[in-house]
Design a protein around this ligand. Structure first.
Ligand code: AMP
Length: 314
């Protein structure tokens, strides 16, 4: 389930800071630079229509909340490149193929709002499920080859759900540019394909991955790791680096063997996949040719938490 509005309203009532954000009124908010928070797409559309009439262009950063600096880096890039930055926080039920993952997905609306306000985000869309899906979304999207590999192969239906929510958000908000993290490498390709198929007038910008000091890719799911799991999770970027060395020196099979054996020796880890792919097409490679841009991608469970990461090989 997405954000429950009743629970959310309680959060707002409990937190005087958020209450202030909601109660000051539109004009004051606009004049004072306080972020506008919307839970209805129609109200957000009205606000954006006024901005667009003024000739301002719009950047959009879709998220599922539990925000960290990786998300904020997308807000920063949008703010540099566009006049008005809109963020959305919506835990999209249709993209979760695993019910437990959806139930346990972290939700931190109070800190999210404070972080976005501090980052200078102009508007936040924080709907409940009914506002995004007034009716069940029965649409199916096909992304060709991208539907058959990596995340698509391991999370059946995931990208269809991504296609549903991203199309609804992009068609509602109609941003000039939308910002996605390269951490979800395949997702960026899926979204580009979606935009092409639906002929949407939006530029999709792929942004760099932000990492913790020990190299672990920032992720909302990291907050679900206990202390021991967090230590083990730090091995992910390290083994990815070592595997890249092996791809270049010995070959892709050696790198795959190394990752498989490394994970086997870690009782808290379970490998979902590790592949070295063509960076443009995501076609898995069996041999490495330095003239071809390659990317290594991993999905690995640490405890019950599924982490994904990717590193360019060259
Ligand atoms: P999520 O809330 O996980 O759906 O992520 C929302 C957006 O933030 C997606 O486009 C992600 O790829 C992006 N993102 C997540 N983690 C990072 C990160 N560590 N660095 C950069 N972007 C990220």
């Amino acid at each position: 389930m997405g954000l429950d509005l009743i629970r959310y309203t309680k959060v707002i009532k409990k937190n005087p800071y958020i209450k202030v954000l909601f109660s000051f009124g539109a004009i004051f908010n606009y004049l004072s630079g306080i972020m506008r928070v919307f839970d209805k797409i129609n109200e957000l559309k009205e606000y954006l229509a006024i901005q667009k009439e003024k000739g301002l262009n719009v950047g959009f950063v879709p998220t599922m909340g539990a925000l960290h600096q990786g998300h904020i880096s997308l807000i920063d890039i949008s703010r540099k490149e566009t006049d008005i930055t809109v963020c959305s926080i919506f835990v999209n039920p249709t993209q979760f193929n695993n019910k437990a993952d959806l139930t346990h997905y972290p939700r931190t609306p109070e800190t999210d709002i404070a972080l976005l306000q501090k980052a200078g985000c102009d508007a936040l869309y924080m709907p409940d499920v009914k506002d995004v899906y007034p009716e069940n979304d029965k649409r199916t999207f096909t992304f060709g080859y991208l539907d058959t590999i990596l995340e698509a192969a391991h999370r059946p239906g995931h990208f269809n759900g991504v296609g549903q929510v991203v199309s609804i958000l992009l068609e509602g908000i109609k941003p000039d540019k939308a910002y996605f993290g390269s951490k979800d490498y395949q997702q960026v390709m899926v979204v580009k394909s979606l935009v092409k198929q639906l002929n949407l007038a939006v530029e999709i910008i792929a942004c760099p991955i932000l990492r913790e000091p020990d190299g672990l890719a920032m992720s909302s799911r990291n907050t679900r790791l206990n202390a021991q799991e967090r230590l083990v999770a730090a091995f992910v970027p390290k083994m990815m680096q070592e595997a890249i060395n092996l791809v270049k020196s010995t070959g892709i099979d050696a790198a795959k063997d190394y990752i498989t054996n490394y994970v086997k020796e870690q009782p808290l880890m379970k490998l979902d996949y590790y592949e070295v792919c063509d960076a443009e097409t995501l076609e898995p490679l069996t041999s490495f040719d330095a003239s071809q841009k390659a990317i290594s991608l991993i999905a690995v469970f640490v405890g019950n938490v599924r982490l994904i990461d990717n590193w360019p090989v060259n």
